[in-house]
Design a protein around this ligand. Sequence first.
Ligand code: MUC
Ligand code: MG
Length: 385
Amino acid sequence: MAVLHHADTFIVDIPTIRPHVLAMATMHSQAMVLVRLIDDNGIEGIGEGTTIGGLSYGEESPESIKSAIDTYIVPVLKTCDISRVGATMAKVGKCVRGNHFAKCAVETALLDMAGKRLGVPVSELIGGGRVRESMPVAWTLASGDTAQDIAEAEEMLAVRRHRIFKLKIGKREVRDDVAHVGAICKALSGRASIRVDVNQNWSETQAKLGMAMLHDVGCDLVEQPIAGDDIAAMVRLAGTQAVPLMADEALHGPRTALRIAAAGAAGVFALKIAQSGGLFATAEVAAIGTAAGIGLYGGTMLEGAVGTIASAQVLATIPDLAWGTELFGPLLQTEEILTEPLAYSDFSLAVPAGPGLGISLDEDKIAFFRRDRTAPILHSISAGN
Ligand code: MUC
Ligand code: MG
């Protein structure tokens, strides 16, 4: 039995290492919503609910995530035995509709606490438990410039950090975008897997042309080329185009996963904990995908370290992660917010083995970067260090 003693939700803004150019927004910083829960025994859990580009990616913003947690979810937690994570989240689900990102942040914090109470990593609390200690990590080339993207990829290959690259396209004319992808495929030929993410920005007609051309230039995967709610058009594209189609914005948890799988609307699922509504729901999406013969990939909302490791903990339980992951979010930020940095090496991310998420926040950094910081910071940290 555990009772909620303290809850704190706050937004942390961290600059990105370079502008990150997506079809719907250009990011110069990332706004992460962190939640910290403490029980009556002083056990602490942390969670993250992060989106991309304010409201340009999805229906929840950093501000709405914080507000949903503070105003509607925390009062429910106060009525629960929060050591029972499944039961607590079921009660939250009855009182709060939608708001998947907010729910994911809270479920992550509850699982972090549960793992610490039991002395096991979160991965042991999900499905059949942990099946891997590390996972491949892609990098997104999104500087907006072909030569800079190639130079960035060469650097990543040289230091053995990434050999899977995702290109963000959909902003320019289809032929211009394909020329950009083709140049990168040619430059890295035989040394890397090149994939693209259109973030829903094509029409079906553009997608037909674009996917055929992308296949010809050696692109391995096309993520969410058209609107995620146009399942019929996704079925037509997935059924006729040679390059596999990955569902991302179309997936909002198990029910949408079942609909997409049953319709044959995608060959690959991007598994995202926030979009799915939490870690348990992500495991269900993965199970539906596996049962339907759909390839699995660990997606990101460009979360910081907390959301990234929460994702890694659930992805560590999935036996066949054929397309790897893109859990590179913290590497896009100028600041490390953990006491011990995440371990990226040999093209992979190591999954922490300690209790709970297996990470701890650097409280000085958090105090400095909190959006609601009021007191002057007297430490030596400054943006860009
Ligand atoms: C998305 O749409 O998948 C993931 C990597 C990246 O650069 O942006 C994201 C979001
Ligand atoms: Mg995507």
